[in-house]
Design a protein around this ligand. Sequence first.
Ligand SMILES: Cc1cc2nc3c(=O)[nH]c(=O)nc-3n(C[C@H](O)[C@H](O)[C@H](O)COP(=O)(O)OP(=O)(O)OC[C@H]3O[C@@H](n4cnc5c(N)ncnc54)[C@H](O)[C@@H]3O)c2cc1C
Length: 454
Amino acid sequence: MSTTFDAIIIGTGQAGTPLAQRLTSSGMKIAIIERGLFGGTCVNTGCIPTKAMVASAYVANMARRAAEYGVTISGSISVDMKQVKARKDEISGKSNRGVETSLKGMSNCTVFEDHARFGSAQEIHVAGKILTTDQVFVNVGARASIPPIPGLQETGYLTNSTMMDVDFLPSHLVILGGGYIALEFGQMFRRFGSEVTIVEKGPRLADREDEDVSNALREILENEGITVRVNASVTRVVKRDGGIAIEGLPEDVQGSHLLVATGRKPNTDDLGLDKAGVETDKRGYIVVDDQLRTNIPGIWALGDCNGKGAFTHTSYNDYEIVAANLLDGANRRVSDRITAYAVYTDPPLGRAGMTVEQARKSGRKLMVGQRPMTRIGRAVEKGETQGFMKVVVDAETKEILGAAVLGTGGDEVIHSILDVMYAKQPYTLIQNAMHIHPTVSELIPTMLGEMKEG
Ligand SMILES: Cc1cc2nc3c(=O)[nH]c(=O)nc-3n(C[C@H](O)[C@H](O)[C@H](O)COP(=O)(O)OP(=O)(O)OC[C@H]3O[C@@H](n4cnc5c(N)ncnc54)[C@H](O)[C@@H]3O)c2cc1C
């Protein structure tokens, strides 16, 4: 016996949940299936909990720096990891419960809490039942990818998911990987009081960024006492002296705990995609077109599992594209969006569009502007002068191609540039704008006025 739905959504990530709302509001009878925690990665093991923990780490750091601001704190600064976790759990738990309550209370929406698998292109197997439909929306997300390093499985390790249960202070956290997740966890645990070593196999941290951005991020972390090992070749992981030793490198690194943050892997290997004939690429990402349709009519893939983005906002934007095209007769496309993201180190890195290196590769004639945070009044007043901002412009069209704001408020400041890019207006528009004093954003027009050939 099977039950038929107008649409089935697999996964309650950042696209699946709002899509359920839109589809049911348009009169469709749908099923949504979740095998884990409602709200997916962002809510439970990604953005929300990590940013809550970053906030605790920020306070710990500022408390240690209190005297610089003329503030006296008597006694030493210590971090109660149980409280840090409790605060994080409260914040992310509220979102998780919010998603669950909204889905379970949604009319025309049946919620299944189990693992879903394709039986065919029109058939989903879940909890011993067969569901049939003409439209399936896959929003299964991704998980930590674990490299095949000898000894790793036997020794044990933490991932972004299991880090969520850590309510103690690791004495020495070794992090494999030098990407955004590694940098955020590394800095926060250093600020909580752990010794931290970041082990990256490539020549630099955050290697998708321009080299000066990578170098500045490294300097910021090293200034806080984090050890960074680049060009590290790891040959084996073993238990040693009650902790963990990473062998290779050239010298071994020994710590109390190991976090593996070496990339993400789509949750598509146990979905029965072959039964539906849905094509994946060699890394397991579901192949989609510019409107997020798979090769099989009636099946879409949204969010991290399609490889077109790895952020909450890209997943949510996927939902908007699919919903608008399907229900509003729109013609929205993934290629209409501009790369944008932030890295929540302190100071944060806000990014939009191309790096200077990418812009150079495009063969355009360029202009590049740059300003250190030490020359931005707001940053000086706040005592947060690490980092810099920079922008790259097409010298002929005057179009802004990209920007990076590594500095206090960088995650917010970047939007003033991003929005001009979306408006497809020349950089002179923002150069002539009057911005508020004192802000970091007020120096964007100045930076644009001081650009040089790049
Ligand atoms: C540590 C960390 C920090 C991050 N910080 C940020 C940040 O600051 N900003 C940002 O924009 N992004 C951040 N991200 C990325 C962001 O969390 C994801 O891009 C975002 O959650 C989008 O995910 P999604 O919608 O593709 O799916 P997910 O949110 O991963 O949800 C997929 C859901 O599908 C379920 N599922 C999977 N397979 C099945 C199945 N077969 N049957 C039923 N259910 C299934 C899963 O249980 C899961 O709940 C971070 C990620 C990590 C790991």
